[in-house]
Ligand binder design. Structure first.
Ligand code: ZN
Length: 270
């Protein structure tokens, strides 16, 4: 039969036609699309890992603040961070073992003073057993008569002369409405990465105690402030970040401060 030769030729012809440039182009486009899909999947997997949902419990009370603007700042931190506000003294209940599962990290924006022995025990145990914490601004001034609080946040603003570990501290001072240069101490730290030195219009504290051995995150040259204005440490099993800044709306609205707060929350909660 004559057909085999013809059919061989026609098969060859078909083979040639399938490797025609248009076909190669088509295959390459398909491959690129596939590669792109793979990359998107990898990136979104990375994003969802990075954007782990974090429920923060913000402890307030003992100091007034602009609640609307403060809450706007909290709401701006990203879809992965949700928040609830609990005001002291009622908020002491949130440190009880049965309530600790309702949030992933604490943010302090209180300046509460009174605390009973029972409340102090639940409070410190909640954190030492692993509930992470970001302490802001006037929360450095809370609990004048509870020295364990100084150990939790790694610092303390003194309203009156106070002795810590045998060292005497005079009453601290504060100054409002200062234009401050905030310097990043370690640009590779997860709390400060991607943030350059920046300006804040804020209130400074001077003369406050800082625990030895904390890791410095932020400093300032302002003569009305301590040099170290941001640090991190461990308290028991929990990571703690303390930021002195955060008095009022200019800071709440600062993109740099918002990024700092977001990264601090993500760092301690990790
Ligand atoms: Zn203030």
């Amino acid at each position: 039969m004559f057909v085999p030769i013809n059919s061989k030729l026609s098969s060859f012809g078909f083979f040639i036609s399938i490797i025609h440039p248009t076909f190669i182009n088509f295959i390459m486009k398909k491959s690129l699309n596939f590669l792109l899909l793979c990359m998107i999947s990898i990136i979104s997997a990375g994003t969802s890992l990075h954007a782990k949902p974090i429920r923060i419990l913000v402890i307030t009370g003992g100091h007034s603040y602009k609640t609307v603007e403060f809450n706007l700042m909290l709401a701006s931190l990203g879809d992965n961070i949700s928040f609830e506000i609990a005001e002291l003294p009622a908020a002491f209940d949130m440190f009880l073992p049965e309530n600790r599962g309702k949030y992933d990290a604490l943010v302090f924006y209180h300046m509460w003073q009174k605390i009973t022995d029972e409340q102090a025990k639940n409070f410190s145990e909640c954190i030492s057993q692993g509930k992470p914490l970001v302490a802001l601004h006037h929360s450095i001034c809370a609990f004048d008569d509870w020295p364990e609080y100084f150990n939790i946040i790694g610092g303390k603003y003194f309203h009156k002369p106070t002795t810590v570990n045998g060292k005497e501290f005079a009453a601290c001072t504060y100054k409002h409405d200062l234009q401050m240069r905030i310097r990043i101490a370690d640009k590779k730290h997860p709390v400060t990465k991607g943030i350059n030195d920046f300006e804040l219009f804020d209130e400074a504290y001077k003369g406050y105690y800082i625990e030895e051995g904390v890791t410095t995150l932020l400093t300032t040259d302002s003569s009305d402030s301590n040099a170290i204005i941001g640090w991190t440490k461990k308290y028991g099993k929990a990571k703690v970040v303390t930021l002195q800044s955060g008095h009022d709306v200019p800071t709440f609205e600062s993109p740099d401060f918002r990024k700092l707060l977001k990264q601090a929350i993500e760092y301690v909660a990790k």
